[in-house]
Write a new protein. Structure first.
Length: 257
């Protein structure tokens, strides 16, 4: 039995699908009631309150922890703690956790929380596997959606780069780790196939959307976190294992250019 938290999310959904295709006994944790599906058993539970978590974890041999709340990052650590405590009460299931490249080097609030969860998992006493990946294509796409809703010049920070990766490719790797014979602790990072400036990504986005907008690149991101991003600590060019490019994502998301 494999339990997936965040099973309806951008990453958790594809993880569930890959595990189902592999014939695993897949269980998903959701905050609302859901009907059973072929090859998938749903459990209603809330990691933030702890309601239903013990029942969902019962019998799990592996837990893939994909649930996260970037809009309320302070919730992630106590939520992970409740999951770990419930797992301990059930024995010692293999805990697979998805994190982000650079969480230990960039003092950004959400990254600090993800790193704290990593340390919690490492110190939990449970067998574990931690995978760090670069940001999914969907994140810059969503940011650009917001920026272009305002008419006029579109501004992005100077000196910022990204290495976006396809969520389905990360999901495939997580599924493989969950199906593996045992825990692997910290595994090699996963990065997208290319490192691009945010200006390059924005211009590709505008072209894909058929938008004609002037682009401005003003001051760089401020503070120590901004310095960390400018220095590229969130990138992993030595592990550019992703296949789907930013332009390929845009073409599928918005249609041919």
């Amino acid at each position: 039995m494999i339990l997936v938290t965040g099973a309806t999310g951008t990453l958790g959904g594809p993880v569930v699908q890959r595990l189902r295709e592999a014939g695993a006994d897949v269980h998903g944790l959701s905050r609302r009631e859901r009907e059973p599906e072929p090859g998938l058993t749903w459990h209603k539970g809330d990691l933030w309150t702890g309601d239903g978590v013990d029942a969902a974890v019962e019998g799990a041999e592996t837990i893939v922890h994909c649930a996260s709340d970037p809009l309320h990052p302070k919730r992630d650590l106590p939520a992970a703690r409740r999951l770990v405590e419930a797992a301990r009460r059930q024995g010692a299931p293999h805990l697979v956790y998805i994190s982000i490249v650079g969480v230990d080097r960039i003092p950004y609030g959400y990254y600090r929380t993800k790193h704290a969860v990593e340390r919690l998992v490492e110190d939990s006493g449970l067998p574990y596997t931690i995978l760090r990946a670069t940001q999914f294509h969907t994140l810059p796409n969503a940011v650009f959606d917001i920026l272009t809703k305002v008419p006029g010049v579109v501004a992005v920070p100077r000196g910022l780069r990204d290495q976006p990766i396809d969520a389905a490719e990360v999901a495939a790797r997580l599924a493989d780790l969950a199906l593996a014979a045992g825990p692997a602790r910290r595994v090699a990072d996963m990065g997208g196939p290319e490192v691009l400036t945010v200006e390059e990504m924005l211009r590709d986005y505008l072209a894909a959307r058929g938008l004609r907008r002037p682009v401005r690149v003003p001051l760089p991101l401020p503070g120590k976190a901004g310095r960390g991003f400018r220095d590229g600590h969130h990138l992993t060019p030595d592990h550019a294992v992703g296949k789907r490019t930013w332009r390929q994502f845009l073409e599928e998301a918005h249609g041919p250019r």
